[in-house]
Design a protein around this ligand. Sequence first.
Ligand code: BEZ
Length: 235
Amino acid sequence: MENTTQPVTSLPRIGDKAPSFKAVTTQGEINFPEQYKGSWVILFSHPADFTPVCTSEFMTFASMEKQFEELNCKLVGLSIDGLYSHIAWLRTIKEKIEYKGMKNIEVTFPLIEDISMEVAKLYGMLQPGESTTKAVRAVFVIDPEGIVRTMIYYPLSIGRNFDELLRVVQALKTTDEFNVAAPADWRPGDDVIVPTAGSCGVAKDRMESKDHTCYDWFFCTKPISKETVLKAITK
Ligand code: BEZ
């Protein structure tokens, strides 16, 4: 019989409802993802407090928080460390670390304590081939309805690209808003991909449409100005 007292390792998938949990954080208790309903939220894990790659990541992410806030996107961190370790590490970052022009960086988003590993296991952040005690660098982008929309995993040794996370949120909001898709390396202001035509007739109309550029019948793009995109996706 299944032991229901032990946290079960699971891995949410894109399109799934984000698994619910309650946790203690540096900003008080949170009820995830319920209390974030109506906002986008990035839940991300880091391997350990007081480690260099994680410190560079937190400084970078915290210094970009306003850009995420403008997209109505909140940040929530997690590691398999206790609350007092989190508090001491974040205080050290603020008071002592100057890195790449960033200094006096205050991390004001919640950082979950997860000594029990319950949340890490619930979100597949603990990947034993990489480490049995430290979470990998996982990122879950969750939409205002609590649905997992993007998952990204990095190993312990490589810091994430936070511009890419910003781009992912921009792209998700844009593709939702305009019913389009985002091509490789898309950024606001670049052409977007229009949905594949369902029939030859639609394909022909599309290929002849003035504002569409078609590379073949299955691959058409159209321009949307940066201004239009940013107006639609920012607060
Ligand atoms: C780091 O953040 O520097 C780190 C953490 C765990 C393992 C390797 C590197």
